[in-house]
Write a protein that binds this ligand. Structure first.
Ligand SMILES: Nc1ncnc2c1ncn2[C@@H]1O[C@H](COP(=O)(O)OP(=O)(O)OP(=O)(O)O)[C@@H](O)[C@H]1O
Length: 318
C-alpha cells in the first residue's frame, strides 16, 4: 500500500543556513506519526514543505499521491493544518471562524458537532481575542479538522496548555485517529510523543537520526538490556538464584536493596522465581529505558533537550 506521506532526501536552506539537510520518512495510513527534535532541528520547515507552504531545494514529497506544490489546491481539500496563534482576527467569534473555514471545503464537517467534540460549544459566540489559551488551541484543532481531512498536521499541539488540558487534547487526538484520520504531530514534548505516537522520527540538525515506535527507540538505544528492578527481599538469598536466569544480565546491591538488570521480560522471570521460593519483593520499583534516554543517546549533548515531564520510573508495588 502506498504511504500517506512519503518524504525522500528533503533539503532546504535559508540563505546559507541549512535548515533541513537530508530528511526521509514515510507515514502510513491511520497512524499518529511524531516528529520530535530540539529547537531549530528543522521540524517546522519539514512539515511546511509537506503542506506545500514552502518549496524544498531538493528531494521528493508525496502526500496522498499528490505533489504538495503542484497539486496544492487539491491537497488543501484533503490535508488539515493547524493554525498558529494570532492568525485569526480577535473579533471573529468561534462560530464565525468555523463557518468561514467550512466554506473553503467541498465536504466540511458539521461545525456544531465539531464544537461539541472539542468542548467548545459554550464558546460558540466568544470572539477569538477573548478565548483562553486552551480554547484557542482547541479551536485551532477544530479548524484543522473542519474540512474532514484524511491527514492532519498538528504543529506544537499542546504547547502552552496545562497538564489536564494537554491530556484532554491527547484523548481528542486518539479519537480523531479512531475515525480514520492519519496524524502528523510535531512536538517538543517527550511525554507527548511517548504516549500518543505510534512511531516517531527523531530529527536533529536537519537530519532524521532514527524512526521507530517510542518503545522501539528506547530499546534500540539501550540494546534492550536496561530494564532494572530494585527491591528489598523479605529474606536474604544467594544472587545466583536470579543471576542464572536467561533474562537477567546483572545482580548488584545498593544497601539492603537488590538491583536486577535484564531485558524487557526480566520482571516476569524474577517475580516467578521469587514466588516459587516464598520471597516477597518489598518496595519494588521498575525502571525501563525511556524515549528521553533514547533522545539523549541519539542527539548527543549538543541538543537542547525537548521538554520532559516526570521520569520513567514506574511503581509496580507498594
Ligand atoms: N524563514 C526563515 N528564514 C531563515 N531561517 C529560518 C527560517 N525559518 C527557520 N529558519 C531556521 O532554520 C532552522 C530550522 O528551523 P525550524 O523552524 O524548521 O526548526 P524547528 O525544529 O521547527 O524548531 P522549533 O522547534 O524551534 O520550532 C533554524 O535554525 C531556524 O532558525
Amino acid at each position: 500500500m502506498p504511504a500517506v506521506i512519503e518524504v525522500r532526501h528533503l533539503h532546504k536552506r535559508y540563505g546559507t543556513a541549512v535548515a533541513v539537510d537530508d530528511v526521509s520518512f514515510r507515514v502510513e495510513e491511520g497512524e499518529i506519526f511524531g516528529i520530535l527534535g530540539p529547537n531549530g532541528a528543522g521540524k517546522t520547515t519539514t512539515v511546511e514543505c509537506v503542506e506545500g507552504l514552502r518549496t524544498a531545494d531538493r528531494g521528493e514529497i508525496g502526500v496522498l499521491g499528490l505533489d504538495p506544490r503542484r497539486d496544492r489546491a487539491e491537497l488543501t481539500q484533503r490535508l488539515g493544518v493547524q493554525l498558529q496563534e494570532g492568525q485569526l482576527p480577535g473579533r471573529l467569534t468561534v462560530g464565525e471562524a468555523l463557518r468561514l473555514y467550512a466554506s473553503f471545503y467541498r465536504k466540511p464537517a458539521d461545525p456544531r458537532a465539531l464544537l461539541d467534540v472539542l468542548g467548545l460549544s459554550g464558546a460558540h459566540r466568544t470572539p477569538y481575542g477573548r478565548l483562553s489559551g486552551g480554547q484557542k488551541q482547541r479551536l485551532s484543532i477544530a479548524l484543522a479538522l473542519i474540512g474532514s481531512p484524511e491527514v492532519a498536521v498538528l504543529d506544537e499541539l499542546t504547547t502552552g496548555l496545562d497538564p489536564q488540558a494537554r491530556r484532554d487534547t491527547w484523548e481528542l487526538i486518539r479519537e480523531v485517529r479512531s475515525r480514520g484520520v492519519t496524524i502528523v504531530l510535531v512536538t517538543h514534548f517527550m511525554e507527548e510523543a511517548e504516549r500518543l505516537c505510534d512511531r516517531v522520527a527523531v530529527i536533529d540538525r536537519g537530519r532524521v537520526v532514527a524512526v521507530d515506535s517510542p518503545t522501539g527507540l528506547a530499546e534500540r538505544v539501550q540494546g534492550g538490556r536496561r530494564t532494572q528492578i530494585r527491591f528489598r527481599p523479605s529474606t536474604p538469598f544467594e544472587d545466583s538464584l536470579l543471576a542464572t536466569l536467561p533474562d537477567v544480565t546483572a545482580v548488584t546491591h545498593q544497601g539492603d536493596l537488590m538491583v536486577v538488570t535484564g531485558n524487557a521480560d526480566v520482571l516476569t522471570a524474577v517475580a516467578s522465581v521469587l514466588a516459587r521460593n516464598g520471597i516477597v519483593a518489598e518496595h519494588l520499583r521498575l525502571e525501563q529505558p525511556s524515549l528521553e534516554d533514547a533522545f539523549v543517546a541519539l542527539t548527543g549533548d549538543h541538543a537542547a533537550r525537548p521538554d520532559t515531564t516526570g521520569g520513567s520510573a514506574v511503581n509496580v508495588a507498594p
